[in-house]
Design a protein around this ligand. Structure first.
Ligand SMILES: [Zn+2]
Length: 150
């Protein structure tokens, strides 16, 4: 069961990775609630893939899946991890284009004026928490709710 969920997550991730950055302009509602940097996002996804790999190996050792399934799924995960690795290496030089990206982000923010911007970035370590949290997922610092003027 867990395995099936893992596979679904992996497929979802693969589809997500395949979606070009910032292409979701028309589908604003389906975008993430936070603006994450491509690099941080890729790293997070890679962690998920590694996590799935560990689970897979555990399931295999526990005799829950056959050798063939194990090997083909393991190949998939490793391929995905490699692809993410390459992608984050490609994302790194993108930093030169930070100004362009900033403009894109500003434009996207402006287009969602209706809702106040919500940042869950840690003021202490800078970690971009992917979901609304009270405490930083990385260092545990309290993420204060900054009062904002409308
Ligand atoms: Zn932090």
């Amino acid at each position: 069961m867990l395995l099936i969920i893992g596979v679904l997550i992996a497929i979802g991730l693969a589809a997500f990775v395949a979606t070009p950055l910032l292409s979701a302009e028309g589908a604003g509602s389906s975008t993430l609630p936070v603006d994450v940097t491509p690099l941080a996002d890729l790293k997070r996804r890679r962690l998920v893939v590694y996590e799935n790999l560990k689970d897979l190996e555990f399931e295999y050792q526990a005799g829950k899946i056959g050798t063939q399934d194990f090997q083909s799924m393991r190949q998939n995960y490793i391929g995905e991890a490699a692809a993410l690795m390459v992608a984050s290496q490609e994302a790194e030089p993108l930093r030169e284009n930070d100004a362009v990206i900033e403009q894109e982000i500003a434009a996207r923010r402006a287009s969602r004026k209706g809702q106040p911007p919500q940042d869950y970035n840690c003021p202490h370590c800078g970690f971009q928490n992917p979901v609304p949290v009270k405490f930083c997922g990385e260092c545990g610092t309290r993420i204060t709710d900054r009062p904002r003027n409308p």
